[in-house]
Design a protein around this ligand. Sequence first.
Ligand SMILES: [Zn+2]
Length: 68
Amino acid sequence: MHSNDKGINCPVNCVLCSGAEVDNMDVFFTCPSSQNVWNMCEFQSIVQVASVIEENAATVIFNVLANF
Ligand SMILES: [Zn+2]
């Protein structure tokens, strides 16, 4: 548990995969649970490549959008 700046206790690990120090990249792209969702999507290869070469969730999203 980690107390944030509002004094609310939140788990720091991903509750889906128990990965350490969850961040936006895990929530949206690198968590196996998230990858299962992307794998059902017809442009999952674009997302997969973008999530490897980009460092944060926002730049992954812009990278994916630039492909459309
Ligand atoms: Zn996870």
